[in-house]
Write a new protein. Structure first.
Length: 233
């Protein structure tokens, strides 16, 4: 395992580092939250083709987002919230978030999933913050338009701003992801973990981990924990 040099102690803020977690393909295994919701909304096949094209580099995130957003037209915010309770998730999320907090690592969601997904997961599992593109709503219903686009570079920039706000250097941060959208962030932090990932993400990451439980990454994340914190855990 690649070690991360840690010359600094835990900060007065209580955070020694930050761990950034991707959602689609990482916390949501073998699929995406958008595809899960598209099955309910009625545009699954069209979106699956667009997501494959994005993964291959044939289209950009903006094109995929606009196509997906159109399929949300007329759905209510309450309908989406109720569907998210059934979102398929990898095992061990709650335990991994709790481990991060015990070891002075702030757990943050960094994702291109729509903001209702990030909000749901952050509230459910206790992530420190989340990001993502936003859908336009009117009177509690989605209009089918994108209110705010958000791509892989925005994702990286959000992560670095979160680290700065917590007083943490990028070298003290880790990122866990699986695909193209994680590459800019992987290149910007001290530790990058390709979890059940594509060949492209594995090549870019510090280390690759495969498994059915998110807790499989904990031995790798331990390298981010300063010795003074480890001694008290």
């Amino acid at each position: 395992m690649t070690e991360v040099t840690r010359p600094w102690p835990m900060l007065p803020s209580g955070h020694a580092g930050v761990v950034f977690f991707d959602v689609d393909g990482t916390l949501v295994p073998k699929t995406s939250s958008s595809l899960f919701l598209a099955s309910f909304l009625g545009h699954h096949e069209e979106l699956a083709e667009a997501e494959d094209a994005y993964a291959a580099g044939a289209v950009d995130n903006r094109q995929v987002s606009e196509l997906d957003a159109a399929g949300w037209a007329g759905a209510s915010e309450e309908q989406i919230r109720s569907r998210l309770d059934g979102l398929p998730l990898v095992m061990g999320i709650a335990e991994t978030v709790a481990w991060c907090r015990r070891h002075a690592l702030a757990p943050v969601l960094t994702t291109l999933a729509w903001s209702p997904v990030g909000s749901h997961l952050a509230g459910r599992f206790g992530f420190h913050a989340f990001c993502g593109p936003q859908l336009e709503t009117m009177n509690g219903q989605f209009t089918g338009r994108v209110a705010r686009h958000f791509d892989e570079y925005d994702k990286r920039d959000f992560a670095l701003m979160q680290a700065a706000a917590l007083g943490v250097e990028p070298l003290a941060c880790g990122a866990i992801g699986d695909s193209r959208s994680d590459l800019p962030l992987f290149a910007s932090v001290g530790l990058s973990v390709a979890f059940n990932a594509s060949a492209e993400a594995r090549k870019a990451a510090t280390i690759a981990v495969d498994g059915d439980d998110l807790r499989d990454v904990l031995p790798v994340l331990a390298s981010l924990v300063p010795a003074d914190v480890q001694a008290h855990r």
